[in-house]
Design a binder for this molecule. Structure first.
Ligand code: ZN
Length: 127
Protein backbone atom coordinates (compact mmCIF):
# COMPACT_ATOMS: atom_id res chain seq x y z
CA UNK A 1 0.00 0.00 0.00
CA UNK A 2 2.71 2.45 1.02
CA UNK A 3 4.73 2.27 -2.16
CA UNK A 4 1.65 2.86 -4.29
CA UNK A 5 1.59 6.31 -5.91
CA UNK A 6 -1.19 8.22 -4.23
CA UNK A 7 -2.55 10.61 -6.80
CA UNK A 8 -6.14 10.21 -5.75
CA UNK A 9 -7.70 13.04 -3.80
CA UNK A 10 -10.67 12.80 -1.51
CA UNK A 11 -14.05 13.30 -3.15
CA UNK A 12 -15.10 16.07 -0.79
CA UNK A 13 -11.87 17.92 -1.52
CA UNK A 14 -12.43 17.49 -5.25
CA UNK A 15 -15.94 18.95 -5.09
CA UNK A 16 -14.69 21.75 -2.86
CA UNK A 17 -12.00 22.79 -5.35
CA UNK A 18 -14.61 22.64 -8.11
CA UNK A 19 -16.81 25.07 -6.17
CA UNK A 20 -13.82 27.34 -5.61
CA UNK A 21 -13.03 27.36 -9.33
CA UNK A 22 -16.66 28.34 -10.00
CA UNK A 23 -16.37 31.33 -7.67
CA UNK A 24 -13.18 32.48 -9.38
CA UNK A 25 -14.77 32.00 -12.79
CA UNK A 26 -17.74 34.05 -11.58
CA UNK A 27 -15.53 36.93 -10.48
CA UNK A 28 -13.50 36.84 -13.69
CA UNK A 29 -16.72 36.96 -15.72
CA UNK A 30 -18.03 39.89 -13.67
CA UNK A 31 -14.71 41.65 -14.14
CA UNK A 32 -15.08 41.03 -17.86
CA UNK A 33 -18.44 42.75 -17.54
CA UNK A 34 -16.77 45.80 -15.99
CA UNK A 35 -14.21 45.93 -18.79
CA UNK A 36 -16.91 45.81 -21.45
CA UNK A 37 -19.34 48.22 -19.78
CA UNK A 38 -19.35 50.37 -22.93
CA UNK A 39 -21.00 47.53 -24.81
CA UNK A 40 -24.23 47.06 -22.92
CA UNK A 41 -25.32 43.64 -24.18
CA UNK A 42 -21.83 42.16 -23.71
CA UNK A 43 -21.65 43.52 -20.18
CA UNK A 44 -25.06 42.01 -19.44
CA UNK A 45 -23.94 38.60 -20.72
CA UNK A 46 -20.76 38.70 -18.61
CA UNK A 47 -22.68 39.70 -15.50
CA UNK A 48 -25.38 37.08 -15.94
CA UNK A 49 -22.82 34.33 -16.55
CA UNK A 50 -20.77 35.50 -13.58
CA UNK A 51 -23.81 35.57 -11.36
CA UNK A 52 -24.90 32.10 -12.49
CA UNK A 53 -21.43 30.74 -11.85
CA UNK A 54 -21.38 32.14 -8.31
CA UNK A 55 -24.93 30.93 -7.63
CA UNK A 56 -23.98 27.47 -8.87
CA UNK A 57 -20.97 27.38 -6.57
CA UNK A 58 -23.26 28.23 -3.64
CA UNK A 59 -25.40 25.25 -4.64
CA UNK A 60 -22.30 23.06 -4.84
CA UNK A 61 -21.20 24.26 -1.38
CA UNK A 62 -24.63 23.42 0.02
CA UNK A 63 -24.34 20.02 -1.62
CA UNK A 64 -20.94 19.43 0.03
CA UNK A 65 -22.64 20.25 3.32
CA UNK A 66 -25.20 17.50 2.82
CA UNK A 67 -22.54 15.08 1.60
CA UNK A 68 -20.41 15.77 4.65
CA UNK A 69 -23.23 14.81 6.99
CA UNK A 70 -23.66 11.56 5.09
CA UNK A 71 -19.95 10.81 4.98
CA UNK A 72 -18.47 8.36 7.45
CA UNK A 73 -15.97 9.92 9.79
CA UNK A 74 -12.96 7.75 10.46
CA UNK A 75 -9.43 8.09 11.74
CA UNK A 76 -6.97 7.64 8.91
CA UNK A 77 -4.69 4.66 9.62
CA UNK A 78 -1.84 6.37 7.86
CA UNK A 79 -1.70 9.90 9.28
CA UNK A 80 -4.05 9.33 12.26
CA UNK A 81 -6.10 12.42 11.51
CA UNK A 82 -9.89 12.32 11.34
CA UNK A 83 -11.15 12.25 7.76
CA UNK A 84 -14.45 11.72 6.00
CA UNK A 85 -15.26 9.00 3.53
CA UNK A 86 -17.85 8.95 0.78
CA UNK A 87 -18.88 5.65 -0.71
CA UNK A 88 -17.04 2.36 -0.34
CA UNK A 89 -13.67 3.71 -1.35
CA UNK A 90 -12.26 7.19 -0.91
CA UNK A 91 -8.98 8.85 -0.07
CA UNK A 92 -7.84 10.52 3.12
CA UNK A 93 -8.32 14.30 3.00
CA UNK A 94 -4.92 14.93 4.55
CA UNK A 95 -2.47 12.36 3.24
CA UNK A 96 -4.47 10.97 0.29
CA UNK A 97 -4.15 7.44 1.60
CA UNK A 98 -6.75 5.29 -0.20
CA UNK A 99 -9.31 4.01 2.26
CA UNK A 100 -12.02 1.40 2.07
CA UNK A 101 -14.91 0.45 4.30
CA UNK A 102 -15.23 -2.88 2.57
CA UNK A 103 -13.09 -5.71 3.94
CA UNK A 104 -13.28 -7.53 0.57
CA UNK A 105 -11.53 -4.66 -1.15
CA UNK A 106 -8.69 -4.32 1.34
CA UNK A 107 -5.31 -4.62 -0.30
CA UNK A 108 -6.78 -4.44 -3.78
CA UNK A 109 -5.59 -1.80 -6.16
CA UNK A 110 -7.45 1.39 -5.55
CA UNK A 111 -10.11 2.00 -8.13
CA UNK A 112 -13.00 4.41 -8.35
CA UNK A 113 -15.10 1.71 -10.00
CA UNK A 114 -15.66 0.01 -6.63
CA UNK A 115 -18.16 2.73 -5.88
CA UNK A 116 -20.32 2.02 -8.87
CA UNK A 117 -23.54 0.10 -8.69
CA UNK A 118 -22.47 -2.14 -11.55
CA UNK A 119 -19.37 -3.34 -9.78
CA UNK A 120 -21.40 -4.06 -6.68
CA UNK A 121 -23.78 -6.16 -8.72
CA UNK A 122 -20.98 -8.09 -10.42
CA UNK A 123 -19.39 -8.81 -7.06
CA UNK A 124 -22.70 -10.11 -5.75
CA UNK A 125 -23.18 -12.34 -8.77
CA UNK A 126 -19.80 -13.91 -8.17
CA UNK A 127 -20.69 -14.90 -4.62
ZN1 ZN B 1 -4.43 10.31 6.22
Amino acid sequence: MAEQRLVYSSKINKIRSFALILIFAGFILMYGGLLTRNIEWLMAIFFILGLLSILFSVVVYAWIGTLSTKAVQIICPSCEKPTKMLGRVDACMHCKQPLTLDKDLEGKEFDEKYNSRRYKKEAEDQN
